[in-house]
Ligand binder design. Sequence first.
Ligand SMILES: [Zn+2]
Length: 369
Amino acid sequence: MEEFRWMINEAIRIGIEKNLTSQQAFNSNVYHYLSDNTEFLKLYIARAIQVASSKIKDLRKTRRKNPNAKIPHYKKPYVIVDKQSYKIIGNTLLIGVRPGQSYVGIPLNNHTISQFSYPHTKTGAITITHDTISISILKETQSITFVEFIGIDTNLNNISAVHSDGMVNVFSDVAKITKIKERYRRVKSHFKRNDVRISKKIFQKYGTKQRCKTKQIIHTISKKLVSQKKQIILEDLNGIRKLYRKGNGQGTKYRSRLNSWPFYEFRKQLEYKSKLYNGVEIIKIKPNHTSSRCSICGAKVIPEENRQIRCHCGHREDRDINAARNILYKGTPVVQLRGLWLRPDASQGEVMKQSKDVEQITMSQINQL
Ligand SMILES: [Zn+2]
């Protein structure tokens, strides 16, 4: 691992000194130097050069904006093992050390084995650090075309999901996450000990516990939603955190609560799980008016007590479910075609483009109806 780290750093240094740009230039300039100076990892030189050249590429990009950007330097030892440098036989991972020579054997547990024994699954490169081994898995997904949709609203109190088949889920565990984080913050702020070492240790323990709990809750919800085999629709919340920064009129407490809700983690999980298990990208719609308009007639809603909304058309509902309904309708061509309210701000072209395949299916479905 030390050697791999050294190789990358050396390759970066040489690459910058000689201003190398292409992979080829790297190979001819760096390969022999590294090969002459490494003892064990000749098998890994190509990968080290690849890492270095992509790092330099990134550096050039950032330097265009910020000319003072630092040259990347790897501090932690690690190794990337390419596919041709390892084998998995039975329950043992064999990692090649020298070309055509010895292997290091590492036993794998059943859970790990089960992860890549599914059909259409292949293992990719392996990353090893001093205490972890990560095996990347390549999954060939057959993409499914859905006829049912789910609109999902994520807010401070819950995750509300409205399905096109009429089902409604409200996951109120989200409030638990906010509470866990608040408790953590409180414990941290009340902790006044002089011994920095001990307090640091305790915070770390709390922090890890908190992250584990949060992750678990979020995993359960995202799994449940993705396993429905329906097309997921979310608001495009790029920049939501920017909305809740200082000086935007919200109190510090409210802001910190909102920022503590792992929006990004949840959405990231939905995205990757939808891709991985269903082979489908989620649809993202513009968040305009999703919470302020009636999902039945499109008029402005009147907020009531207990997070309820009321509309002059007679519609009364939980505000989060109403929002999820709006998200569903905005992103679902079939519902729009059924004659429900077409939001004036809905950029239909965009939605249609994103769900082209889906649209065709739903059209034929309508014909059948
Ligand atoms: Zn209405």
